[in-house]
Design a protein around this ligand. Structure first.
Ligand code: GLU
Length: 279
């Protein structure tokens, strides 16, 4: 493609963007904001049992419970919440584009992400771990990954950590979500799935005993509430809500209810955390 066609194409795209913006101004309905007026738009996972899970039109899990509590403290009832799916790879862009007001989606607070967005929280601390087939005793920790095939999710800290720490020994397959990774593990396409222990506990439980968590976490993942970059006042309000959720016992109840039957216990050394981020 020569420079001329390239710039023409760019021009075309720009013109289209302008037209869309204009359409939005003229007709609010064109932007979908009619249905969303006066509501809070929250990004969650739809496919992580125990955390953010879409179940016949309703949303359940620990992230959902924290999101509902925070929303209530901000003045929104449950039917004033618009839930949106926020896959790992799309979270920063969704906040930057203004598609959502906040994201609670097992979203680790990291310096790299803080270049693009801000966080409130943390509201939970997990740790990266491994999920294997029930009868596979060859993987007892990350040191046993030599020559193994591993699955994780694009845009996650889990995939980044593998690439940074075990790049030479491991064959990494990336998927859009952890459910796809669990399927690959079932069918023998990979030997392990890696991400946060609490996510893996939910997947193991949903597998009815076919998969198990190794149980040797090797990072700390501080779950934050993703918000638009620099909104300190919003972070302060969210932190106050998390604080109150921990103080009145709702946080403990939400953890217990959403991990029931999985055998998962949050690391008591780090939980519950102090929400001071982003203020
Ligand atoms: N907490 C990690 C992250 O934010 C892994 C879980 C996820 O992908 O949501 O990347």
């Amino acid at each position: 493609m020569n420079a001329m066609t390239f710039s023409l194409r760019r021009l075309g795209r720009k013109a289209l963007a302008c037209l869309c913006a204009l359409a939005c101004l003229v007709s609010l309905a064109a932007c979908g904001s009619d249905a969303e007026a006066g509501k809070i738009r929250i990004g969650i996972k739809f496919d992580q049992p125990g955390l953010g899970f879409k179940k016949s039109g309703t949303y359940v899990g620990f992230d959902v419970d924290v999101a509902k509590y925070v929303a209530r403290q901000l003045g929104y009832s449950e039917d004033e919440i618009v839930w949106k799916e926020a896959p790992s790879k799309q979270r920063e862009a969704m906040l930057q584009n203004g598609d959502v007001d906040m994201i609670l989606a097992t979203y680790s607070i990291t310096d790299a992400r803080k270049n693009a967005v801000s966080f409130a929280g943390p509201y939970f601390v997990a740790g990266q771990d491994l999920l294997v087939r029930k009868d596979d005793t060859s993987i007892k920790g990350p040191e046993d990954l030599n020559g193994k095939r591993l699955c994780s999710v694009t845009g996650s800290t889990s995939a980044t950590t593998v690439k940074e720490k075990f790049a030479n020994e491991v064959q990494l397959m990336e998927q859009p979500g952890y459910a796809e990774c669990a399927t690959a593990l079932f069918s023998g396409i990979v030997d392990a799935v890696t991400t946060d222990d609490i996510i893996l506990a939910g997947l193991a439980s949903a597998s009815r005993g076919k998969l198990r968590v190794v149980g040797k976490p090797f990072t700390q993942e501080y779950y934050g509430v993703g918000i638009k970059k620099g909104d300190k006042a919003f972070a302060k309000k969210i932190n106050a809500a998390i604080e109150s959720m921990i103080e009145d016992g709702s946080w403990q109840r939400a953890v217990a209810e959403n991990t029931k039957g999985t055998g998962y216990k949050p690391n008591a050394e780090y939980n519950p955390p102090k929400p001071t981020e982003g203020e």
